[in-house]
Design a protein around this ligand. Structure first.
Ligand code: HEC
Length: 218
């Protein structure tokens, strides 16, 4: 396993991976639609050089960003995660054979597997592994201070120092009305573009971050 990557790199990687996967899924749906309704157009697409190159680049990025993400998540051997990877790797040969031989059943199966993997990824968010080199130094026992340090390390990229930056679709923390419990839950489980911190922060750290987040409210 490689060393963990910094938070900002993980965020960028995770967005790129998501976008690439989405494009990949769209491409396969288009190819499947052509196979089902217009084989002639599918043949044309398969002979089209730019389309071929696009697919190759996309496949390469899919695999590359996927592997990079895999080295960065906290629980790479999580069962759901492994099922997802198996689904993706099963769908690829099925798609290659299905589209080449124009076997509709195989092609449909490959797209279904791809969707299943996509769905699984949405259900169980991968949680980001704590980078060993980025450990916060607790130079104080005062909760409010290390809550701020943890916030600067893990949250500021999206939420900004004052909580109102709203990058990557992050909600404004100054106007948040969530209770302590709800805030905690969101940090532990993540939501939308926000990663889960379950494997990154322990209970005490989460409490400290919650205290800091609340201090940002206006
Ligand atoms: C990759 C960007 C990103 C990072 C890093 C991030 N967040 Fe978020 N955060 C979001 C997004 C996006 C939302 C909105 C999620 C939604 O509702 O779909 C959000 C929402 C929240 C909310 C809910 C606000 C409300 O009123 O609904 C809280 C609280 C929060 N984040 C705290 C944190 C804390 C604490 C950290 C660090 C441990 C953190 N976030 C790190 C992107 C991020």
């Amino acid at each position: 396993m490689l060393n963990a990557i910094p938070t900002a790199a993980y965020t960028g990687l995770s967005h790129t991976h998501k976008l690439v996967v989405l494009l990949f899924v769209v491409l396969y749906v288009v190819k499947l639609a052509l196979l089902l309704f217009s084989e002639e157009k599918l043949d044309k697409m398969r002979e089209n050089k730019p389309a071929k190159i696009f697919e190759m680049v996309l496949s390469f990025l899919f695999l590359g960003t996927g592997i990079a993400m895999w080295t960065a998540v906290a629980d790479p051997f999580n069962t759901l995660f492994l099922i997802k990877i198996v689904a993706v790797f099963a769908s690829i040969p099925l798609a290659v054979i299905g589209f080449k031989k124009k076997n509709k059943v195989l092609a449909i199966l490959s797209v279904v597997l791809l969707f299943a993997a996509y769905g699984l990824a949405e259900v169980k968010k991968a949680s980001y592994k704590k980078p060993e080199t980025q450990d916060v130094v607790y130079n104080t026992t005062e909760t409010s201070v290390y809550g701020k340090q943890l916030y600067e390390q893990y949250c500021q990229n999206c939420h900004g120092a004052d909580g109102a930056a709203g990058l990557s679709g992050a909600k404004n923390l100054q106007t948040s009305t969530l209770s302590d419990e709800e805030t905690k839950k969101q940090i532990v489980e993540g939501k939308g573009n926000m990663p889960a911190y379950e494997k990154v922060l322990n209970e005490k750290e989460i409490d400290a971050v919650v205290t800091h987040v609340k201090s940002l409210r206006k």
